[in-house]
Write a protein that binds this ligand. Structure first.
Ligand code: SF4
Length: 296
């Protein structure tokens, strides 16, 4: 049978009550913190630190588990959307086949979307850390420097396209962690589904993908540490091609430059920053590639 150190357990229960207040405030529930703790007391006792030497969890891991349990219970006390904005400020939606109708109605402009190409590092809701995308995704853009969807009105605290919001937003129940799995079953859209019929543009997208895929960039970057001269030139060539294609399509089709993130994904000059490189465009149109000093 599990044994507890009495003083530690008392402290644990007091800290849990404090945490319950924070969690209830966070989810916008009117529940009583005491009642919330009571409703999940058995689970919380099971999560408490054990002092019989069998507990290998760090203090941080224990608190993460406790917070997750309290959060689940708190969301259950308000099982409907109260437009708190949590899902709108922690990542924009991915478009899926159920959104084709919205696209056919021209509700999204290309400059409001971005493409996450296969292999691109992207934030995973499931693991809560960046991971390479296993397939291509089309997402609504986020406000610069944030994870807030561009359709979220921060001042009014509401969605500016609420009646026509994408499938993921309609399905997502932030009070129900299991809803993430339901969304995961929907078929994501990709550029081929949306742009294949736009002949010449689609040909350029395919050519760009062959030449500037994330797999190719990763291969060149892996060589960068071992060799220098030729590999740096390979990186520059990739950057020049990526830059040229965007410029060419913008001019040729008279498009908003912001639409290029949808057609070709974010520029490689931004992506290489993940590899510790910085790119500056020079007045003559050439690029200067420098290593970023790594702190620590
Ligand atoms: S489309 Fe609307 S509901 Fe969906 S994340 Fe953006 S602001 Fe929120």
């Amino acid at each position: 049978m599990t044994t507890y150190n009495k003083a530690e357990l008392d402290f644990f229960v007091t800290a849990i009550k404090e945490e319950a207040r924070t969690v209830i405030w966070k989810v916008g529930s009117n529940a009583d913190p005491q009642a919330l703790v009571k409703s999940v007391l058995e689970d919380l006792e099971a999560l408490a630190p054990r002092d019989d030497g069998s507990d290998r969890r760090s203090e941080e891991e224990i608190w993460t588990q406790v917070r997750e349990r309290l959060l689940k219970a708190a969301y259950a006390t308000r099982p409907h959307c109260i437009r708190c904005g949590t899902c709108c400020t922690t990542g924009s939606p991915t478009l899926v086949v159920q959104d084709l109708d919205l696209i056919a109605r021209d509700l999204f402009k290309p400059q409001q979307l971005t493409t996450i190409r296969k292999g691109e590092m992207t934030y995973s809701v499931r693991t809560e850390k960046p991971e390479p995308a296993v397939r291509e995704l089309i997402k609504v853009r986020e406000k610069p420097g944030t994870r807030t969807c561009i359709f979220y009105d921060t001042w009014a605290k509401n969605c500016s396209i609420y009646e026509s919001r994408p499938y993921q937003c309609r399905q997502q129940e932030c009070w129900n962690p299991e809803s993430i799995d339901t969304i995961g079953e929907a078929e994501p859209l990709d550029r081929e589904a949306l742009l294949r019929s736009v002949g010449p543009l689609w040909d350029v997208i395919c050519r760009h993908e062959e030449r500037c895929s994330h797999a190719e960039l990763g291969r060149i970057m892996a060589r960068l540490g071992a060799t220098s001269g030729q590999t740096v030139e390979d990186v520059m060539e990739l950057l020049r091609f990526d830059h040229h294609v965007r410029h060419f399509i913008t001019e040729k089709l008279d498009l908003d430059p912001d639409a290029m993130d949808f057609f070709f994904g974010p520029p490689l000059s931004k992506t290489v920053e993940l590899y510790g490189l910085q790119v500056e465009e020079q007045p003559d149109g050439s690029f200067l590639l420098t290593m970023v000093e790594q702190s620590g």
